[in-house]
Design a protein around this ligand. Structure first.
Ligand code: SF4
Ligand code: SF4
Length: 297
């Protein structure tokens, strides 16, 4: 299910009068709600859902898949994704590519998914949809769930019943949601604040792109002299983040919140601004092009 489908949920829920065009069943579920669904290798529709995909990728999908294929994050993104704007301010998003001349997933084989253990979270969720909602006057984001019922999917006719929580556990979704949580907060906050925050600078968008989808480049930036000139982290903190890619990704989200929303959670050196201006002046005099990864406003 695409982000656009999830957006449609918002329209479907308030007005529940038929006929529905959306595959989303307009009943709000929580973790303890019961669903009826079973997908397995012997089902008649095996692979049908992977033959016509529209999969928006999350940062943790990319971390898992680039590790699996033994590639760097930028190699993986260049080979397997197409960019799209996630909002009117062109916040960068990525979709998984399909096979040439087809709408089938690039990882689909006759035997099924060739990256099954590391498949994206959108594939794991199907046939459920989820949406983070912030109720009026509440700062907490609450997850709500929906069944997504498409004609080709026979898993809904199977007799197995289980709770939403059991389904999410079975599909390994909690790990993905936990790793993507801070990133999703950023996307939600950016969307819900809309024009009050204004259009991000192109440098902010470049940083969003790097922090979200290019952990290997973020690591290079994190270990650069430019980073140390600005941010005040102990050697021990740096090492513990460098050694753990998941922790480093969480840190990159803190960094993004600092850049996009001014949430100062990473200590900044007191003389950082002066040093940065002097460095810029030096480069300007030498006629160098600035590397966006070394410039932080
Ligand atoms: S990644 Fe795997 S599960 Fe997801 S659409 Fe592709 S083949 Fe299907
Ligand atoms: S049951 Fe649904 S999710 Fe499973 S293979 Fe068939 S179409 Fe895909």
């Amino acid at each position: 299910m695409s982000i656009e489908d999830l957006e449609k949920i918002k329209e479907v829920i308030p007005d529940q009068s038929p006929p529905y065009q959306s595959p989303v069943v307009p009943v709000e579920l929580d973790l303890d709600s019961e669903i009826q669904f079973h997908c397995h290798k012997n089902i008649s529709c095996f692979n049908a859902c992977c033959k016509n995909i529209d999969i928006t990728l999350t940062p943790y999908d990319i971390v898992r898949l680039k590790r699996r294929l033994n590639m760097t994050s930028s190699q993986w993104v260049n080979q397997f994704t197409v960019p799209f704007p996630m909002d009117a301010h062109e916040m960068p998003g990525l979709k998984l590519i399909t096979k040439p001349g087809s709408s089938a997933c690039v990882f689909l084989t006759e035997q099924g998914c060739s990256v099954y253990e590391d498949r994206p979270v959108a594939c794991r969720y199907y046939a459920l949809g989820s949406m983070g909602v912030r109720k009026q006057g509440d700062s907490k984001v609450e997850d709500i769930y929906f069944v997504v019922k498409e004609d080709h999917c026979k898993g809904h006719d199977e007799p197995r019943k289980l709770t939403v929580r059991e389904y999410l556990e079975e599909q390994g979704i909690f790990e993905y949601d936990e790793n993507n949580r801070h990133w999703r907060d950023i996307v939600l906050k950016k969307r819900s604040s809309g024009p009050t925050i204004g259009k991000p600078t192109s440098r902010s968008l470049q940083l969003f792109d790097m922090c979200s989808y290019d952990i290997d480049n973020f690591r290079a930036f994190f270990n650069s002299e430019g980073f140390d000139q600005v941010f005040d982290l102990s050697e021990q903190e740096k090492k513990s983040l460098s050694d753990d890619e998941n922790k480093l990704f969480q840190f990159s989200c803190r960094f993004l919140k600092q850049v996009l929303f001014g949430e100062l959670s990473i200590p900044v050196k007191s003389d950082a601004r002066e040093k940065r201006l002097a460095e810029r002046e030096k480069h300007a005099k030498a006629g160098d092009r600035m590397n966006p990864r070394t410039v932080i406003d």
